[in-house]
Design a protein around this ligand. Sequence first.
Ligand SMILES: Cc1cc2nc3c(=O)[nH]c(=O)nc-3n(C[C@H](O)[C@H](O)[C@H](O)COP(=O)(O)O)c2cc1C
Length: 203
Amino acid sequence: MFYDVRKNDHGLPHDPFKAIVAPRPIGWITSMSTAGEINLAPYSWFNGVSSRPPMVMFSSETRKDSLAFIEETREFVCNFTTWDLREQVNQTSAPLARGVNEMARAGLEPAPSRLVRPPRVAASPCALECLWVKTVSLDDCEGRPTDRHVVFGQVIGIYIDERFIKDGLLDTGAMRPIQRAGYNDYYTVVSETRFAMKRPPGG
Ligand SMILES: Cc1cc2nc3c(=O)[nH]c(=O)nc-3n(C[C@H](O)[C@H](O)[C@H](O)COP(=O)(O)O)c2cc1C
């Protein structure tokens, strides 16, 4: 099949786009307002965009609290989402009023970050402490505003639960990450499915 997105004539019960750009890692983002309020929410339009310096991005579809808090205090933390934390990840996506602490609501313990003020989720095995770099508010190809805002951050500190370091390498599969697919679907990784491929010389 083929469909023209501008006509949206896929004929399927649900839009398949997010099931194609999948599985997506989830940035579970902690941020803080100038008043010290804490916010936690999952974002799957999220990824790393640079290794040196390490940089990440996430996209806020409309202007949400995470974006507002990050632009106020210019710091955030991306917590790693796991199978064990799946219920809390989902719970923290509830549209609560600004200033309601989703971390506390989901029964999650905060742990202090080292280099930024927003705390990390203590039970998450990895956390990226970030400084805000810029927000790019996207216009579409016709130049019309979309109300989609991509936040870029530079990672300045990384927390890793050492239980998942084996022979000097971080064992991603052992942390049982959950990733987002389309519809209400998620993927989880089973470490046995991991395989390695060396890049071609110079690649
Ligand atoms: C797994 C998951 C991934 C999500 N990814 C995004 C995303 O990439 N962008 C977005 O705008 N909302 C996303 N959402 C919805 C937000 O988490 C939700 O709107 C939340 O209330 C935003 O919180 P905030 O206003 O406290 O930032 C996602 C929800 C879930 C459960």
